[in-house]
Design a protein around this ligand. Structure first.
Ligand SMILES: Cc1cc2nc3c(=O)[nH]c(=O)nc-3n(C[C@H](O)[C@H](O)[C@H](O)COP(=O)(O)OP(=O)(O)OC[C@H]3O[C@@H](n4cnc5c(N)ncnc54)[C@H](O)[C@@H]3O)c2cc1C
Length: 290
């Protein structure tokens, strides 16, 4: 398939990218890894008048931990996977990036693009909900920090304005007693999720769950937070009964649709089972296990 014709501009820096987007009269689109946008353009489901290529913009590809974990929007999935801080301290991110597509896609795809694309089947949104992340956006009026709960509006829609660029993802530093995991069921390796569940817990000194946060992939028009499940876990021991109740609640809060990946009833049960497993894995990691 051949895309409709479009203009193409390489941004020198973030300010240049914002200016280019602003000059396009709402017709411009940021080009990052191109792994979602280019296929959409080839099918003519997206027909931007201008592509603003941010791949040569410096300062958007760093991963730093300084009070919080800061991940530049242009960090590629492959680099996220290879990063020493991420590997040692944020295994939930390694879980997530490794189940995205295949190595070829992961060499190009960016974490910022994965979030900005706002596909409910993408894997990072649920993980970012569980991690209580924020995203940083820059536009003509300056910079704003957006809590992840407020970022996703609808399928393929975020609160980003057409002339705003997502520059960074900020994740609270992993607390003592904290652990997380992301689990996904896919039809075959490299496929989008039938469903996926991200769980983060912080354990107290008595072995109870002090706080929990749970994000679900493919559970509605956007990734969702399973707040009832979080409430059930808070203050409780991670025993089978509590985890089963939380998992049932997470399924109850999800609204997947029937499609070629299975009927909704099946997906609800997948979410229930994955939630149990993700909570158990998060608790194991929080208490020193793998
Ligand atoms: C074969 C295949 C399988 C895949 N499987 C999975 C999977 O299993 N799980 C999964 O999560 N994803 C999957 N993907 C999607 C992949 O992870 C995409 O790369 C990702 O969704 C978008 O990242 P990108 O950097 O390629 O963004 P692009 O395709 O360049 O852009 C995507 C959208 O985000 C916008 N955008 C990008 N960066 C920014 C920014 N910094 N600021 C503002 N807007 C921005 C663009 O304008 C565009 O609208 C798959 C892709 C392919 C091709």
């Amino acid at each position: 398939m051949i895309p409709a014709s479009f203009e193409y501009a390489v941004a020198r820096d973030v300010a240049d990218a914002i200016q280019l987007l602003g000059s396009s009269g709402g017709e411009g689109k940021v080009l990052a890894g191109g792994q979602s946008l280019i296929p959409l353009m080839k099918f003519r489901l997206a027909q931007p008048g201008l592509l603003v290529d941010i791949n040569r913009v410096k300062g958007l590809s760093d991963i730093r931990e300084n009070g919080e974990l800061r991940i530049g929007a242009l960090v590629r999935e492959a680099d996220l996977d290879m990063n020493a801080i991420v590997r040692e301290r944020y295994p939930i991110l390694v879980d997530t990036t490794r189940v995205i597509a295949d190595p070829l896609v992961r060499n190009m795809a960016t974490i910022g693009g994965n979030l900005a694309h706002a596909d409910p089947a993408n894997d990072h949104p649920a993980t970012m909900l569980a991690l209580r992340a924020s995203v940083v956006a820059r536009g003509p009026k300056g910079e704003r920090v957006i809590p992840i709960d407020e970022f996703f509006v609808d399928t393929f829609t975020t609160v980003l304005a057409p002339d705003e660029i997502l520059t960074e993802i900020r994740i609270p530093k992993r607390p003592a007693g904290g652990g997380g995991a992301y689990l996904k069921l896919e039809r075959k390796v490299g496929d989008f999720a039938i469903a996926g569940v991200a769980a983060m817990v912080v354990m107290d000194e008595k072995g109870r769950i002090a706080t929990a946060s749970i994000g679900v992939t493919n559970a509605g028009p956007t990734a969702i937070r399973a707040r009832k499940a979080e409430d059930i876990l808070r203050g409780q021991s991670p025993d089978d009964k509590t985890i089963a109740a939380a998992a049932a609640a997470a399924a109850g809060e999800s609204k997947p649709w029937s499609d070629l990946r299975g009927p909704a009833e099946y997906k609800l049960d997948v979410i229930r089972v994955l939630t149990q497993r993700a909570i158990r894995k998060a608790v194991a990691r929080a208490t020193g296990g793998k």
